[in-house]
Design a protein around this ligand. Structure first.
Ligand code: NI
Length: 398
């Protein structure tokens, strides 16, 4: 086939697939499952892939699915990845395909990722004899929950012999029709911490007899915020958020003995990430010692930052410029959210792209992980097109 014939055939198949794409996404949306528990979801994916001729389908882990498409010609190997897990959120959208699972919701667009990658597998499989090389479709479990599914997939050797890896994320902050590309850093390293302030409880009317952990924790919070606002180079991104605080609270007249806090730190640079736990502990220890309080401090490293590979991004930008055109492409700034796609990028060059899924006119504006999060379903066909064009471009077919 000529390149122009391939491009025309892709476009026809993508448009033919639009209804199925939306229906698949809605079925998945109605049946969300939490991280590491994607039993039915992976079963559904496995069965759908089994029906596609020329794919060999397997299960690298209990709830993940891999499909391999070996092309008719020699060439490189590309991996495409979709995540598949939902979140512990009660859906508040009034839609006819609302979640059927109380307290569980696809509130990040992973339902759409599954639908797009299934359709991409189906369409790319029809070009099997033309394909130069190999495409691996990875349906990964547990993106939302540390330590994440990506690491397990990599450990199973799924990336062996792969030359590049690519994924798209539906992205509501970006308007539908836009494709968001970033060179280098895209998503931050999300690390978590727990702090306990150990004071001395007592009667609220005799504070001099106590070490008030509530006052100490207030000073600790202020001190930790100063690490960000006063002690960090503003050009080196750093977020420190306290997301939970609990102490006493059962009586008006009792000073508790202990306050527990938790939070998250977001960084991009390796150096900053390495130094932050010690800097935090110095602040906590200093404040506590001034008040005579004790403390415990635990810091847990999360995913690595997602740093897109420069030459991979150049390659796909070039493909998309030639096919979807410059108007659709938008350079996006990095965001401080995390993504375990970084686990693949440790081994193989690749990139994560954003597919615009927001639409203010339709009221589709709620952020990811919100109980009324939704996507503009027009974005699905765009994401599908991007997955297919990028794959074919990477394998030097178009
Ligand atoms: Ni997500």
């Amino acid at each position: 086939m000529l390149k122009s014939e391939i491009l025309a055939a892709i476009e026809e198949m993508v448009l033919q697939n639009q209804n199925e794409l939306i229906q698949t996404r809605r079925v998945i949306h109605q049946n969300p499952e939490l991280s590491f528990k994607e039993i039915q979801t992976s079963e559904r994916i496995y069965n759908a892939l089994q029906e596609i001729p020329s794919l060999s389908v397997s299960r690298p882990t209990e709830t993940s699915v891999l499909a391999v498409l070996k092309g008719g010609k020699e060439g490189k190997a590309l991996a495409l990845r979709s995540d598949m897990d939902a979140l512990a959120i009660q859906e508040e959208n009034q839609i006819d395909y609302q979640s059927l699972q109380p307290g569980v919701m696809h509130a990040c667009g992973h339902d759409g990722h599954i639908a797009m990658l299934l359709s991409a597998a189906k369409i790319l499989a029809r070009f099997q004899s033309e394909i130069k090389g190999e495409i691996r479709f990875i349906f990964q479990h547990a993106e939302e929950y540390h330590p994440g599914g990506a690491r397990e997939i990599v450990r199973q050797g799924v990336l062996k012999g792969v030359d590049g890896i690519f994924a798209v994320h539906l992205w509501v902050p970006l308007s539908v029709g836009k494709i968001g590309i970033a060179r280098g850093p895209l998503m931050a390293a999300p690390d978590n911490f727990d702090i306990t302030i150990l004071g001395k409880g007592g009667h609220a009317a005799m504070p001099q007899e106590t070490i008030d952990p509530i006052l100490v924790s207030a000073q600790v919070i202020t001190g930790l915020q100063a690490l960000v606002s006063r002690m960090n180079n503003p050009l080196d991104p750093l977020v420190l958020s306290i997301t939970g605080i609990h102490g006493g609270g059962t009586a008006y007249n009792v000073i508790p003995s202990q306050v527990d806090m938790k939070g998250t730190v977001r960084t991009f640079s390796r150096e900053k990430r390495r130094e932050i736990p010690a800097v935090m502990e110095k602040m906590i220890a200093g404040v506590c010692s001034a008040y005579g309080a004790g403390y415990t401090f635990q810091y847990e490293l999360g995913y690595d930052p997602v740093i897109n590979d420069d030459s991979f991004v150049s390659k796909i930008s070039d493909i998309l410029l030639r096919t979807v055109g410059a108007d659709a492409l938008e350079t996006v700034s990095p965001v401080m959210g995390g993504e375990d796609f970084s686990a693949y990028l440790q081994d193989v060059p690749g990139a994560l792209l954003f597919i615009g899924a927001g639409n203010a006119e339709k009221g589709i504006v709620n952020p990811h992980h919100h109980p009324r999060f939704n996507i503009d379903e027009e974005s699905l066909v765009i994401g599908l097109r991007v997955l297919i064009l990028t794959s074919m471009g990477f394998l030097d077919m178009i």
